[in-house]
Each structure stands twice: as C-alpha cells, then as structure tokens.
Design a protein around this ligand. Structure first.
Ligand code: GTR
Length: 354
C-alpha cells in the first residue's frame, strides 16, 4: 500500500514544516479551497433559529423519548423550515449522540437500526435529506436551495453543502439539550450522505467525530488512481451536489489542488471513522482506506495516532482498525449501511471514551 501511495502521486496531506500551532489557520485555508473548488461556499450561520417540539408516541418500547422538532430560521429569501427527529435513551446522565443524515424519513427505509443504537447507549438525531432540498436536478428551486441567491461564479454551494448546513442547524438545537453529552456528538452518513457527513464535520468543530460509510468518490476515497467512480461520472450524474468549479477537474484530476485525504485530515484532532464494503467497487474500499491512512498524517503532526496498524498489509474483511484517532473498518458485502457497520462505529467511539 505504501508503494501504491507513491505511484498515485497524491498531494501531501499537510504542507512540509507545518507547525501544530498553525493547524487552525491551515484548516481555514483548506476549507476555503474545498468550498471554492468542490462543494461550494457555505452561507453564514442564520439568525433567529426557532423550533417547536412534539413528543411522539413511538418511543422504542418505552426505552427512549422520541421528539419531532420543527426548526425554522431566517434566510435572505425569508423563513425556511425543516423537520427532524430526535430519539434519546432514558438515562440519568448525558448520553452521546449520532446525528444521522438520512435517505428516508425517520422510521422508514433501511440503514437505521434504531433499537440497537438506543441499546448501545446512543441518542440519535435524524433528518430526511429531501426535507432540506430535493436530491434531484431542480435548478436549485426546492427547499433551502431557493432561499439563498446564487452568484453563478462557479462557487455556489451544491446540495451536499446544503444538507451539511442543515445538519449544523440541528447541531445548534442539540446544543440546548441537557440530556446530550456535548463532547460526544458524531455526524454520520452513508454514501452521498457520507460525503455530506464528512463535509459537515470538517466545517463544524462542535462535532467530536465523523462517520463516513461507503462514501467513495468525493468522499473518503482519494480520487487520484481510484477505481470505479470519478469526477467525470459524479459531475455528470449529480452536478447539483457540487460547486460548478468542480467540473474543471473532469478528466483532469491531476490538476486538482487537493485530494480527499486532505479533506479528511481537516477533521483532526477529532475522531474520524471510515467504513467500506469489500464489493463496493464504485466507491473503491482501497482508496477509502488510503484516504483514512493519509489523513492520519495530520494527526501524527498534532502528536496523536492516526490510523493504527501496518499499512503495508491489506485490511482483511471483518477487520477493525480502531486504536488511533482515525478508525477504519471493512465489511464483507456490497454498498450498504448495515447493523454490523453501526456496531463498529459505536465500538470505535466507545473505545475512545472508556
Ligand atoms: C451513486 C453515486 C455515488 C454514491 C451513491 C449513493 O450513484 O455515484 O457517489 O453517492 O450513489 O449515494 O448511494
């Protein structure tokens, strides 16, 4: 794997000679670069956040409190509102929480084994991403997309940025909950929403950690030399996920002034856990592992362990590398967010908070 890394000619994770004390300034510069060139510029935190709460009857068999929250805030084009759910296990002390950006409304679809998460001692906040803005080419007319005028200079935000922004607004709300341990809130997502979780967690340092499940291209996988999906495919199928500038790199990836391991590194010094599946060739598990491994170099510079274990050896299906601040797990199977994956993420974060 180390030889592979050299062959791929990846940019260095961090500039030579970068000092610990300059990490925060470096992070800011890199976030501005990723805004401009890949995901688009995130608006300022909005004014006047407000919400209503409604306790729901479905309470995981009496083990938790399930609340429907309706949040709204002011935007340049008036009020924007979206709903989300929280489910908080009954406990006499503050509990950790996953903020899960979901493909489905709460209680439907697969991917979210709510009872297991509650039994694991974690609370969950869930948003259905289509309630923020539709995952379609709609000329940026749906949901939050239409609330922020576009400059059309190549740097306008795409939908990944919008979903990530909504997750940060949920975080604003979660900060007010005494039931939640504010030092243990993790943002999680699968696939396109894994990309979203990374981008959200990179920008919003209130998250103590990030979960990227099978996020692949433009997520945890390094782009240079990867298998499966590339900038050419993703920008053709989903141009609206990104800033228009990202299209400059179609069939021209070597000219990108960044690669995805550098994005992952911006989570440092917080926790990062990357999960892959062996048969997920479109995402490319090996390139996701490489992203996680190389991101670890920022942690090492900060005096922390990045990804643990010997990188010259391949990771075996079922293996978990959970000893460092960067975790990696590989599941046998296809593109999916399974119970097994969730168990791994709970184990990873639990391990670092013993
Ligand atoms: C695919 C896309 C991937 C991944 C996936 C998903 O079609 O090419 O990048 O995001 O969708 O979200 O399931």
């Amino acid at each position: 794997m180390l030889g592979e890394i050299k062959r791929r000619n990846l940019p260095k994770t961090i500039p030579d000679g970068l000092l610990k004390e300059n990490w925060s300034a470096h992070r800011k510069e890199m976030i501005a670069l990723f805004e401009r060139e890949e995901y688009g510029v995130t608006p300022e935190r909005p004014e006047n956040l407000r919400w209503t709460k409604e306790i729901q009857r479905d309470n995981v068999g009496g083990k938790a409190v399930h609340t429907l929250v309706k949040m709204s805030f002011d935007t340049p084009m008036g009020e924007f509102a979206f709903p989300f759910d929280t489910v908080i296990p009954n406990s006499d002390k503050p509990v950790p929480m996953f903020l899960y950006i979901s493909f489905h409304p709460y209680g439907s679809g697969h991917y979210l084994p709510i009872e297991e998460i509650i039994d694991g001692g974690y609370a969950i906040a869930v948003v259905n991403y289509n309630d923020v803005t539709k995952d379609t080419e709609d000329n940026f007319e749906s949901g939050i997309a239409k609330m922020y005028p576009r400059r059309n200079d190549g740097t306008d935000w795409g939908k990944i940025g919008m979903w990530a922004f909504a997750a940060s607004r949920m975080m604003d709300y979660i900060q007010t909950l005494i039931e939640i341990d504010k030092n243990r809130i993790y943002v999680a997502g699968h696939s396109r929403l894994g990309k979203t979780a990374i981008w959200c967690g990179v920008q919003d340092e209130r998250f103590a950690g990030v979960v990227s499940n099978d996020s692949g291209c433009s997520g945890a996988a390094v782009t240079r030399g990867k298998k499966g999906e590339h900038v050419v495919h993703i920008t053709k199928n989903f141009p609206f996920w990104f800033s228009a500038n990202y299209q400059k790199y179609i069939e021209n990836e070597d000219s990108m002034p960044f690669d995805q391991h550098q994005l992952l590194s911006l989570v440092a010094p917080r926790f990062l856990c990357v999960g892959s599946a062996t048969e997920d060739e479109w995402a490319d598990p090996e390139s996701e592992l490489m992203g996680a491994y190389l991101a670890g170099e920022a942690y090492e510079m900060l005096g922390l362990t990045g990804l643990s274990g010997d990188i010259e050896q391949t990771v075996e299906p079922g293996e978990k590398r959970f000893d460092g601040f960067v975790g990696y797990q590989l599941r046998k199977g296809t593109h999916f967010l399974s119970r097994h994956d969730w168990q791994g993420y709970m184990e990873f974060f639990g391990k670092h908070h013993e």
